[in-house]
Design a protein around this ligand. Structure first.
Ligand code: NDP
Length: 290
């Protein structure tokens, strides 16, 4: 393997240590305990696992966490009432509604009902708009923020680089393209966003200094789509024959890339690290400390 491995677990641990230190400071100097409410509707096994991990990480770092598990039959009105109650709670600084939601509930309606100052997932239209405008008071969605942080902490130059993003979803592809193309430090990239209607994908990918794959197609990115020495960030999490694999054919691409994230252990751990970070940021902003 010639590529350097980007160890998302180790980098996430660094961020957790920084977050835990900030929480300690908030508790001792300001008598402030950040609080996160995580709402799960139904029994989707992946969602149950994610919510459990978030809850455990809150406990580890010293965040007050409330896990609210509702039946799959919950109506949109019932969920709206709950979100509204949490919006008014002074001990809850962050609210996260785990997606996907059952069919009878519109994610758009629910995300828009969360107080934007508690929207630690960054999905409220106000925060999406602020991110598009480059307003630093937004909350940045956790997975794309995690990708950005990985690049920064590995010392990878984003400024002026050609970044190709595979995928334009609102939770990964679109926000990561906005973050990296901003007129800001550690950004200023030239970003190309590709999707299922893009033509000449392989050629576009080969022109990337940094290739970010977020499409949900197992091992889609092959070695002939990667330029020698390119940085390859694999956001994909796909289950194939009971095994987790990314959107990149890791075994083939690792000999071609300059840097590469593994799956698991790359972007995944960063998502939860940025969620904890955003929760602490929400608490600090609420109390005029950020
Ligand atoms: P979505 O299904 O919402 O979006 C997929 C995007 O990829 C769409 O824009 C789609 O295009 C595009 N796409 C799909 N197939 C192709 C193709 N063959 N060629 C080009 N573009 C294609 O997925 P998400 O963004 O939610 O997730 C992407 C992956 O990232 C998944 O594997 C998911 O599990 C993983 N993920 C990982 C997280 C983590 O913490 N590491 C967090 C969130 C997601 P179009 O718009 O035209 O339909």
């Amino acid at each position: 393997m010639s590529a350097q491995l980007i160890d998302g677990r180790a980098i996430a641990e660094q961020i957790h240590a920084e977050t835990a230190a900030t929480i300690q400071q908030l508790k001792t100097q300001h008598r402030l305990t950040p609080g996160l409410a995580v709402i799960l509707v139904g029994e989707n096994p992946a969602s149950v696992a994610y919510v459990g991990m978030k809850d455990k990480m809150c406990a580890r770092l010293g965040i007050h966490s409330e896990k609210i598990h509702l039946p799959a039959s919950t109506s949109q009105g019932e969920l709206l009432n709950l979100v509204n109650d949490l919006n008014f709670r002074s001990d809850i600084h962050g609210i996260l509604v785990q997606s996907p939601l059952p069919d009878q509930i519109s994610e758009d309606v629910i995300f828009a009902a969360i107080d934007p100052t508690k929207d630690v997932d960054g999905f409220h239209p106000l925060n999406v708009g602020k991110l598009a405008l480059g307003d630093p008071t937004s909350f940045v969605p956790c997975t794309p923020a995690g990708v950005h942080e990985l690049l920064i902490r590995c010392g990878i130059t984003v400024e002026g680089a050609h970044v190709v993003v595979l995928g334009r979803s609102r939770i990964v592809g679109r926000p990561v393209s906005l973050i990296l193309s901003q007129k800001a430090r550690h950004a200023n990239a030239t970003v190309t966003v590709c999707h299922s209607r893009s033509r000449n994908l392989a050629a576009i990918c080969r022109s990337a200094d940094i290739l970010i794959a977020a499409i949900g197609v197992p091992r889609f990115v092959k070695a002939d789509m990667v330029r020698d020495g390119a940085v390859v960030i694999d956001v994909g999490i796909n289950r194939v024959d009971g095994k987790l694999v990314g959107d990149v054919d890791f075994d083939a691409v690792k000999d071609k890339a300059g840097w590469i994230t593994p799956v698991p252990g790359g972007v995944g751990p960063m998502t939860i690290a940025m969620l904890m970070h955003n929760t602490v940021l929400a608490a600090k902003r609420r109390h005029g400390l950020a």
